[in-house]
Design a protein around this ligand. Structure first.
Ligand code: HEM
Length: 534
């Protein structure tokens, strides 16, 4: 073929559209050069050595060699969809956030559901927490509500996050078990961390094996703040309620599904959306002030606690509809970068020590995972409102300041300006105290809400929790870890504890655990070990 055989076509702007002989668009290199042969490398003679002249081969292989980016350090396996958020009513009395001002207004959104512990290639129905991360592209910048399907968390302070995650991931010498909590390291850490007990009750419950993403609740977990135009603050907890209701599978179903169809959850979401069966959640809030918070015997800054809906009912404020799958999984679902610190004016943080740590962690991890400071230039992460700043350069910069001015103040009367009135104003909370590393006394009760959760379950659900604990702890090889776990259960529900202890072969029950953090001495195998039948 010669250049004369090609079908060429000039567009309105004078650009050259190149077509192959069959009328399909021409295959080109990344530089736009037309490719003549994509089947054979350039060789010296048909059986001779390959030639370094072959820029097409080198570019193709180079690009393939660099296809992988690091998977997320947690929540590696996920599935996303586009949609919109629709506001029900004006919330101007509580928040100046633009998206909550006008009833009926729709704001584009992207959601990524995930498991936490498994790697990118793990199976969908692991017993695990599910991530429920929502990015809403508001007219005042992106709001990321990076939540889970369980309303509490394992730890009270972000400094423990690497520990809880290391313990649940595959053990470092063996690189197994994968995506399962059933192993000594995980239960060792949990048994030494009484604050995790409420979360453990949820994780052992049917909540941790959802029927599909469409049947899950979501929670912002932490206490946040709404702040209105006159700088009045209201505490807020966020809940997503699925329109289809809440459903889970049973453990024996989960095990079978994992074997037969490890993509069960992503297939379900794909099929529902592609068939026009758009999943929907209501965004609900619990709103309260400091006086109300002071009536509780737990701390609203403690992420291992909920505010029971019987005490403070949730108020629906809008709905989220997912109606479009991404065009490309990698470009959107893999490269989306959620960050708890992305909040628009009118939404602010509380002093929850887990939230404060997250506000550092997410920006930091995206820099590494997405390869530099310009990941906000990716279409999935870029705001959908106009945005202007003086940030420039860096790897893969796709937006740079235009013209002379890349700083302010400047004498040229150019470039964007800050606005003390309309810009983000942090809520001027008054704080005081000594610099200390200290867990507040108000965070000390680790068992009451664990008990409330267990007691609130129906008898079959309680049986499932017991069966999950028996299954998990029976996989734990170190007796003292089993014993420590049962001693925590003694503080939650004695019948549950004895059911589990009996199934694990205990001759008698251990003493209820001391809620305090363990000392080094506590970690030594204790004489109480003798009560365990080995
Ligand atoms: C990722 C939720 C605690 C660090 C995620 C994701 C969710 C999530 C949903 C996945 C986002 C996605 O789909 O891309 C939560 C919740 C927490 C919590 C609800 C507690 C209430 C923490 C803490 C830290 C942390 C305490 C660290 C101090 C991370 C990191 C990622 C992540 C590094 C990976 C982000 C990425 O590479 O995109 N978290 N998380 N998380 N989380 Fe958390």
């Amino acid at each position: 073929a010669t250049i004369h055989d090609q079908k060429l076509h000039r567009g309105a702007g004078g650009e050259l559209h190149q077509f192959a002989e069959d009328g399909k668009p021409m295959l080109t290199t990344a530089q736009g050069g037309p490719v003549s042969d994509d089947q054979n490398t350039l060789r010296l003679g048909a059986r001779g050595p390959a030639l370094i002249d072959d820029f097409h081969f080198r570019e193709k292989i180079f690009h393939f060699d660099h296809e992988r980016i690091p998977e997320r350090v947690v929540h590696a396996r996920g599935y996303g969809a586009h949609g919109y958020f629709e506001t029900y009513e004006s919330l101007a009395a509580y928040t100046r956030a633009d998206l909550f001002q006008r009833p009926g207004e729709k704001t584009p959104a992207f959601v990524r559901f995930s498991t936490v512990a498994g790697s990118k290639g793990s199976f969908d129905l692991a017993r695990d927490v599910r991530g429920f991360a929502v990015k809403i592209y508001t007219q005042q910048g992106n709001w990321d509500l990076v939540g889970n399907n369980i309303p509490v968390f394992f730890i009270q302070d972000a400094i423990k996050f690497p520990d809880v995650i290391h313990s649940v991931k595959p053990e470092p010498d063996k690189e197994f078990p994968q995506a399962q909590s059933a192993h000594d390291n995980f239960w060792d850490f949990i048994s030494l961390t009484p604050e995790s007990m409420h979360m453990i009750m949820w994780v052992m419950s049917d909540r941790a094996i959802p029927r599909s993403f469409r049947f899950m609740e979501g929670f912002g977990v932490h206490t946040f703040r709404f702040v209105n135009a006159t700088d009045d603050s209201t505490f807020v907890k966020f809940h997503w309620k699925p329109k289809l209701g809440l459903q889970s599978v049973a453990w024996n179903e989960a095990v079978k599904i994992n074997g037969a169809d490890p993509d069960f959850h992503r297939r379900d979401l794909w099929q529902a959306i592609q068939s026009g069966n758009f999943p929907e959640w209501e965004l609900c809030v619990q709103l309260f002030d400091q006086d109300f918070a002071d009536t509780f015997d737990f701390d609203i800054l403690d992420p291992t606690k909920i505010i029971p809906e019987e005490i403070l009912p949730v108020k629906p404020i809008g709905r989220l509809v997912l109606d479009r799958m991404p065009d490309n999984f990698f470009a959107e679902t893999e490269q989306v970068a959620f960050m708890t610190q992305n909040v628009p004016p009118g939404i602010d943080f509380s002093n929850d020590p887990l939230l404060q740590g997250r506000n550092f962690s997410y920006l930091d991890t995206q820099l590494k995972r997405l390869g530099g400071p310009n990941f906000t230039h990716l279409p999935i992460n870029a705001p959908k409102c106009p945005f202007h700043n003086f940030q420039q350069d860096g790897h893969m910069a796709m937006r740079n300041p235009v013209g002379r001015v890349n700083y302010q103040p400047n004498s040229w009367n150019e470039g964007p300006r800050e606005s003390p009135v309309q810009g983000y104003r942090h809520f001027p909370a008054e704080e005081q105290g000594a610099k200390v590393r200290l867990r507040p006394e108000s965070f000390a009760d680790h068992y009451s809400q664990a008990r409330q959760f267990y007691v609130s379950q129906t008898p079959p659900e309680q049986r499932h929790i017991a069966a999950a604990l028996i299954f998990e702890l029976s996989k734990v090889e170190t007796p003292v870890i089993r014993e420590r776990m049962v001693s925590h259960l003694m503080n939650i529900d004695e019948t549950l504890a004895s059911k589990v202890g009996h199934a694990l072969g205990f001759k008698s029950m251990p003493k209820p655990a001391d809620a305090a953090m363990p000392t080094r001495q506590d970690l030594e195998p204790s004489p109480a070990l003798s009560i365990i039948e080995r």
